[in-house]
Design a protein. Structure first.
Length: 252
């Protein structure tokens, strides 16, 4: 498997952001790891190996990145508004640094897929909803989607609102909603294990909002033995990425 380490400077964040790129051909996917996670955690925890057959066969490229969640939504000493402001720096990195690099590296104009676990699922869903022409698929596993609940209180800040899928989805309308319906598909996945109780509640609530807004999606709830951990995420990512690639091949 072709594996490369890359640094990309982010003017908005103010430092280099590290990533790993896997694969030689295929549709590009960005992987967002858990809260506070590093760029290498998908590889260290078996997710890359789980997808190795798809990567080696040239069906997908995978780009694993870190996050700045400890500086944003999980910065408990910061007002929610300023957490949202700092998040816009990460958003800028993804849109204006990471996506252009992926376009150059992969030479692909196809829609980019997003994969997220834990709070990385929030990033996957949020980017897909806000920028559906760039990100045509999001696989979100054991996610959190209510930013008010994450920060511990309701905020009137627009910086929070426009990054809270549980708040803004019901208000999508007009051209913005049309673009979401046309371009993106979202898979919400969650187990019913003991440690997934908050995630399953937010997953099912968001799925109801998607259904009402007619956003293309699926809500896949796994069994009571399924916990939010790397063992189960490996199984879920393989199942859903294979399913998505088969769907795209059938449409081609």
């Amino acid at each position: 498997m072709l594996r490369r380490y890359q640094k990309i400077y982010s003017p908005a964040i103010g430092r280099d952001m590290e990533l790993l790129a896997f694969g030689h051909a295929g549709r590009p996917y960005i992987a967002f790891t858990n809260n506070g996670g590093e760029f290498y955690e998908f590889e260290d925890n078996g997710m890359v190996n789980a997808l190795a057959h798809l990567i080696d066969d040239g069906k997908m490229r995978l780009y694993t990145v870190g996050n700045i969640d400890k500086e944003t939504w999980y910065h408990t000493g910061l007002d929610p508004h300023w957490r949202g402001v700092r998040h816009t720096a990460y958003q800028d990195f993804v849109l204006n640094n990471l996506v252009p690099y992926i376009r150059y590296d992969s030479t692909s104009k196809a829609g980019i897929g997003l994969i997220g676990v834990d709070f990385g699922a929030f990033h996957a869903v949020n980017f897909a909803l806000k920028y559906p022409r760039n990100f045509t698929y999001a696989l979100a596993m054991s996610g959190r989607y209510d930013i008010d609940a994450v920060v511990g209180r309701r905020s009137e800040s627009l910086e929070v609102y426009y990054n809270n899928p549980m708040a803004y989805t019901s208000n999508l309308s007009g051209l913005e909603l049309k673009k979401v319906r046309k371009h993106t598909y979202i898979s919400l996945v969650c187990g019913q294990g003991h440690w997934d109780t908050t995630s399953i509640d937010e997953t099912q609530r968001l799925a109801k909002l998607f259904k009402k807004a007619k956003v293309k999606h699926e809500c896949d709830i796994w069994g009571i033995d399924v916990e939010p951990d790397w063992y189960w995420w490996q199984k879920q990512v393989v199942y859903h990425v294979e399913k998505r690639l088969e769907m795209l091949e059938a449409e081609a």
